[in-house]
Ligand binder design. Structure first.
Ligand SMILES: [Zn+2]
Length: 218
C-alpha cells in the first residue's frame, strides 16, 4: 500500500486448485498453477480449471509446460533432467487452457548452478515457441545465468523472468561480511547495508530484463 509503483502479488508455483483459490481470496492479483510434473492432459485439465475460476474474478493465470531443473537442496523444486518445452505442445496447451502467460523450459534451473554445471539456454527453441504462441513467456530459474544469455532471451521474447537466488545471495554475502566482525550485534548495523547490496543486484536485473520504467505502461 505504501509503494510508489503498482505492485502485483503473484502466487508462484501454485500446487493445487484449492491453494490457488486460497491465494485469490487472500488478495493475490495473479497466480501460477504448476502442473508441469503431470502428464500433458492432466496439466491441461488442472490449468483450465484454475483459469476458469480465476478469470471470473479478474485474476491472471500463469501455466507451465516442460520442466525447470534444480541445482541443489536450497533451491525451489525442479527435476534432475530438464524436459524442454515442445513448441507444438505449447500451442495445444495455450489453446486448450486459455492461460495468460506460459512458463517454458529452455534450459534454466532453480537456484545457483554448481561449478560443474554450465547453464546453456536453447535460444533457438525459445524463438520457435515465440513464433507459434502470442502470449507472454516466462523464464523461471533465471538466477546465475550469464547476463548475455538472459539479455538475449529478453530480446527474443521472454516477458517475465523469475529470480530469487541472485538477490538473496547478494543480501547474505553482505551480511556475512558484516558479521565477520564479532563486535557487531545491532540489526541497524547489519540489515541496512545488506538490503542496499540486494538493491544493487535488483536494479541491475531490472535493467538487464529491459523492465526499467515500465510503470509508464501501467
Ligand atoms: Zn519457478
Amino acid at each position: 500500500h505504501r509503494s510508489s509503483v503498482p505492485v502485483a502479488i503473484h502466487l508462484d508455483h501454485g500446487a493445487s486448485y484449492e491453494q490457488v483459490l486460497t491465494a485469490i481470496q487472500a488478495g493475490f492479483t495473479s497466480v501460477m498453477i504448476d502442473g508441469s510434473m503431470l502428464p500433458f492432459d492432466e496439466n491441461v485439465a488442472i490449468t483450465k480449471k484454475v483459469v476458469d475460476a480465476a478469470h471470473v474474478v479478474g485474476v491472471s493465470v500463469e501455466g507451465e509446460l516442460g520442466t525447470i531443473g534444480k541445482t541443489d537442496d536450497e533451491a525451489e523444486d525442479g527435476t534432475a533432467t530438464i524436459i524442454y518445452t515442445d513448441p507444438e505442445d505449447a500451442v495445444r496447451f495455450v489453446e486448450s487452457t486459455g492461460v495468460d502467460s506460459l512458463a517454458i523450459a529452455i534450459g534454466t534451473c532453480h537456484g545457483i548452478y554448481p561449478a560443474s554445471m554450465k547453464p546453456e539456454l536453447k535460444l533457438d527453441l525459445l524463438q520457435e515457441i515465440k513464433k507459434k504462441v502470442t502470449l507472454p513467456l516466462v523464464l523461471h530459474g533465471g538466477s546465475n545465468n550469464p547476463d548475455g544469455e538472459i539479455g538475449e532471451s529478453v530480446k527474443l521474447g521472454v516477458n517475465k523472468i523469475n529470480i530469487s537466488s541472485d538477490i538473496k545471495v547478494a543480501y547474505h554475502n553482505k551480511m556475512r561480511e558484516i558479521l565477520a566482525d564479532p563486535g557487531v550485534r545491532e540489526p541497524n548495523t547489519i540489515q541496512p547495508p545488506s538490503i542496499a547490496a540486494m538493491k544493487v543486484v535488483a536494479a541491475h536485473k531490472i535493467e538487464l530484463f529491459a523492465a526499467a520504467n515500465t510503470v509508464e505502461l501501467y
